[in-house]
Ligand binder design. Structure first.
Ligand code: SF4
Length: 675
């Protein structure tokens, strides 16, 4: 049992972490305020007109706080005319100055804007990727030096009533922290707390924290750990609000999926008071995504679900601050087994079993063939009346004739379970409060006789889950069935699945495989479906829960298949394509990031399992690309530096030659395949 203070009010009942309120000009963050949406300009900060134009477009789209980079004193000074012009145009969103490496610029910026963001990893600290042992006294000396450089900003912010974000990024931790704590969630948290000590020492409390990473798992662990550490330090007065984000998430669907996994998972934990979705696109595109997350995944202060367990234990996972896949045993047809050491499987839900089996099988095969790189590892059909069962056998045959050999699962309400189910690989049976135990026992006996596996799908409210599970287990024990799988079909899927896992352990079924199912609500548009599925699956997968994922109601079977694999890649469970880590760009960017990322993608997206970073500047790029295999980083006008891992291997490569040289490096390292 983890002895740390809990990071969450109750993991089984969505409830927002209570925080103090921090005012950023006229906008409150934390406390009783809604989760605020923010973004960052990508213009040159010295270009007042362009920066104000973009801030105006952001505000019009619903952005509540706008951040602007201030890489030197010149840009920090230009925040004053930017602010003046914004006021003249009647744009009243508060501004945040983004500071890296330049404490002097921070002091100037604090005069003009409502909030200053500093990165503890580079505010006044070293970042040279040096490996050395720090003695305690060396560590203390360096820390004192950093604190003395930081103190003037803290005092000035307190005097002016400015807020501050202490924003730690995975990969841009100071050498001192890296050498002591590693490039880890723990290092991120310790780094931020060192700066907090200085703030509290100066009686300054208008602080917001962030713990960003391009790896959603790392971000989730770091925010949780910070919440725990802060609650150990004191009550509500020390509960500072959180700014959420997954950094360098990239663009398009993958950028949205990664962001939704990290941000949505934390919001479901009740963590997060403001958020930014970082996309390598026009920043205005970030706002609708951020609004959906802020509105639909954040929870009200105070529990909105009656807690089943009154305490905040997190028994659903071995360690909420580290990723470890839940240990299960494997079940299923050879080659397609679910659970155990197998990868998280992908199943596609097809809806009611078709009657025109030949036509339907051809269409399904055609749709799946649009993604030849992906394996469909299961199909599921619904049998909604007893007569439909006669189509099971011909449908399996028709699929096989089209080359689709994935096992077919059949879902049926207990009243409609067909007598002849031996052609189904698995029978999925919903258990709700209206189903009686006698009916369940008959289904279990039927499945045992046919040699068909069973997946009990627990259907109800979160608080019903333990009792439904108990009944499912009792039926299995009294029947000849030896095994089963589990899924949940509840209002709050994430909390319900956590509860099911905890309850399973308590009734001796700790290693029963769990299938994660997601169904788009009717009329939900495609983009929204993508975010919903990312959060529903991602929150559980990042905690190591889930042995298979299945998507229903997608536009086509192929779309369900690719979306599921993309979410698995975003949650770092299965890699099917090249992963791109690209920064959203800002006033420091040295080339057109959108265009460059698209160009590099076009040449490399056929590679499997390679992570390529495209970063706008060398100030932050090398650090923040963290775990990329290859890096393409702007190092001056018209030139880039190329990295292999963290090692700089080619300097000042003219942009005209850069793609070829990058591909050459990928080739040299044995990671290239021809398209
Ligand atoms: S890496 Fe990109 S977003 Fe970060 S500071 Fe550099 S240009 Fe700006």
């Amino acid at each position: 049992m983890d002895s740390r203070a809990p990071y969450v009010v109750n993991p089984y009942a969505a409830s927002r972490r209570p925080t103090r309120e921090v005012r950023v000009g006229g906008v409150g963050i934390g406390g009783e305020n809604p989760v605020r949406v923010q973004s960052m300009t990508t213009t040159n900060t010295l270009d007042t007109e362009a920066t104000v134009d973009q801030a105006e477009r952001l505000a019009a789209a619903g952005c509540e706080i706008v951040r602007i980079t201030a890489p030197s004193i010149r840009e920090a000074e230009n925040l004053e005319p930017i602010k003046r012009e914004m006021v003249r145009r009647g744009i009243h969103v508060p501004l945040v100055a983004d500071i890296h490496y330049t404490p002097n610029a921070a002091l100037v910026a604090a005069e003009h804007v409502e909030k200053v963001r500093i990165n503890p990893g580079n505010y006044a600290d070293k970042k040279k990727f040096e490996v050395r042992e720090y003695t305690d006294s060396q560590y203390r000396e360096e820390l004192e030096r950093v604190a003395e450089r930081f103190r003037p900003l803290v005092r000035r912010c307190r005097e002016l009533g400015r807020a501050m974000r202490i924003g730690t990024n995975h990969g841009s931790l100071a050498d001192r922290i890296m050498n002591r704590f590693g490039d880890s969630p723990r290092g991120m948290v310790e780094s931020a707390l060192e700066f907090l000590d200085v703030c509290e020492d100066e009686n300054y409390f208008d602080i917001v924290f962030s713990m960003k990473s391009s790896n959603a798992q790392v971000a989730i662990q770091a925010y949780r750990l910070l919440a725990s550490r802060l609650s150990e330090r004191g009550g509500l007065d020390r509960a500072y609000p959180f700014h959420l984000g997954v950094t360098e998430a990239g663009d398009g669907e993958d950028g949205r999926i990664k962001s939704a996994i990290g941000i949505g998972s934390l919001l479901l934990d009740g963590l997060g008071d403001t958020l930014r979705v970082s996309l390598t696109e026009d920043p205005v595109n970030e706002i609708p995504v951020a609004q959906v997350l802020a509105r639909d995944f954040s929870v009200a202060n105070g529990s909105n679900v009656r807690p089943v367990f009154e305490d905040s234990r997190t028994d659903f996972v071995a360690d909420p601050y580290a990723h470890e896949r839940r240990t299960t045993h494997s079940v299923g047809r050879e080659g397609y087994e679910i659970g155990g050491a197998n990868p998280v499987r992908v199943e596609v839900e097809l809806g009611p079993i078709p009657h025109q089996v030949v036509t339907a099988a051809a269409e399904i095969a055609h749709s799946l063939a649009q993604f030849p790189e992906l394996v469909c590892e299961g199909l599921l059909v619904d049998v909604v009346d007893p007569g439909a069962s006669e189509f099971i056998q011909p449908f399996v045959t028709a699929l096989a004739e089209q080359g689709v050999h994935a096992p077919l699962a059949v879902r049926a309400e207990v009243a409609f379970v067909p007598p002849c189910i031996d052609r189904a690989d698995r029978l999925v049976v919903p258990i709700g409060s209206l189903v009686d135990d006698g009916e369940l026992a008959s289904v279990a006996e039927l499945a045992a006789r046919a040699g068909t596996r069973i997946e009990w799908s627990l259907r109800g409210c979160v608080e019903d889950i333990p009792q439904l599970l108990e009944r499912a287990v009792a039926v299995i024990r009294s029947s000849k069935l030896e095994d089963f799988m589990l899924s949940v079909d509840a209002d709050c899927t994430v909390q319900a699945a956590r509860l099911a896992v905890t309850a399973l352990r308590e009734c001796g079924g700790a290693d029963i495989p769990l299938v994660l199912r997601h169904r788009a609500a009717p009329e939900v548009e495609e983009n929204r479906h993508l975010l919903d599925a990312s959060v529903a699956f991602g929150a559980l997968l990042c905690d190591g829960l889930g042995d298979a994922v299945a998507i229903a109601n997608a536009e086509t079977p192929g779309r369900a298949l690719s979306l599921a694999y993309r979410v698995l890649q975003g949650a770092r469970q299965r890699t099917s394509w090249t992963e791109y880590i690209s920064c959203p760009s800002c006033g420091r960017t040295l080339f057109d990031l959108e265009e460059t990322t698209a160009r590099i993608k076009a040449q490399t997206e056929h590679l499997r399992g390679v992570k390529i970073a495209v970063m706008g500047c060398i100030v932050n790029g090398p650090g923040e690309m963290a775990d990329a295999d290859f890096g393409y980083v702007g190092s001056g006008p018209g030139v880039v530096d190329l990295y292999v891992g963290k090692e700089l291997v080619e300097r000042k490569v003219p942009q005209a030659d850069s793609d070829e040289r990058l591909i050459g490096l990928i080739r040299d390292r044995g990671r290239w395949t021809d398209p």
